[in-house]
Design a protein around this ligand. Structure first.
Ligand SMILES: [Zn+2]
Length: 253
């Protein structure tokens, strides 16, 4: 039985794979989901999953921040060609909060990219790891339109009415170490039932409190913060989040 899974990591942003994975294993992290945010980082996640079989769970995707840097037809083609070796499509989504994403023109390009990638998930039956900021309803609309069966809105800290729609759709949200201090994120984690929450680090995001970048071993910070919010034991929270991750990403228990 796995103790905990970090459900959202950018392994390519960390480097030092062997050391990072050794520290994660030593900390009792029994798998990591390595998302792909570009063609290069998706290829990186796939390569790592061949080296750490059963430990690194690979995602292929293109992050919305790349919307102006990629040819969306090429990006979708790459993800479709590599979906076979992947356990999920992601990280994909929409983010209207970027300074470059103020115009409707750019937003439309973002939606086209996201929609194309989500379509691959729908065709292949793969679950999706979603990045969404200031674009929650539009993101949910794309998932619904393609009738995507499994999705997680990673680090969700959006409005609670949209959270209810996400949960109604059978989708998940994930908690990050920001569960310690972010008011919006904490409100979401109070509202969502534990049965729909995954835990993650989004490594290598900077950890304010520790003054360094995060890595998968730090997923216990998320577990402890979430346990505080839920008034539950950390071990119980880790266990439920782990089962949820196994269910969504269809990992053998
Ligand atoms: Zn991410």
């Amino acid at each position: 039985m796995r103790r905990v899974i970090d459900s959202h990591v950018h392994m390519d942003g960390l480097g030092e794979d062997d050391a990072v994975i050794r520290r994660a294993r030593e900390a009792g992290v029994d798998a990591v989901v390595a998302v792909g945010g570009s063609v290069e980082s998706s290829a990186y996640a796939l390569r790592l999953s061949e080296k750490y079989v059963g430990y690194v769970v690979p995602g292929v995707g293109v992050h919305p921040s790349e919307a102006l840097n990629v040819d969306s037809v090429e990006a979708v083609r790459f993800v479709r060609m590599n979906a076979d070796g992947a356990s999920l499509v992601g990280e994909v989504g929409l983010d209207y909060s970027y300074p470059f994403a103020r115009s409707e023109d750019v937003r439309e390009r973002m939606r086209a990219l996201c929609s194309g990638l989500v379509e691959v998930a729908a065709e292949t039956g793969l679950p999706v790891s979603i990045h969404s900021r200031s674009a929650y309803r539009d993101t949910l609309d794309i998932l619904r339109r393609h009738d995507v069966q499994g999705a997680v809105f990673h680090w969700y800290d959006g409005p609670l009415d949209t959270l209810r729609l996400i949960l109604d759709q059978g989708y998940y949200v994930s908690a990050t170490p920001a569960a310690e201090y972010s008011r919006g994120h904490r409100a979401v984690l109070e509202e969502a039932p534990m049965e729909r929450i995954l835990v993650e680090t989004d490594s290598p995001v900077h950890l304010r409190r520790l003054g360094r970048r995060s890595e998968p071993a730090d997923v216990w910070l998320t577990v402890h913060a979430l346990a505080g919010i839920k008034g539950m034991e950390p071990g119980e929270v880790a266990g439920i989040a782990t089962r949820n991750t196994e269910t969504l990403f269809r990992l053998a228990p």
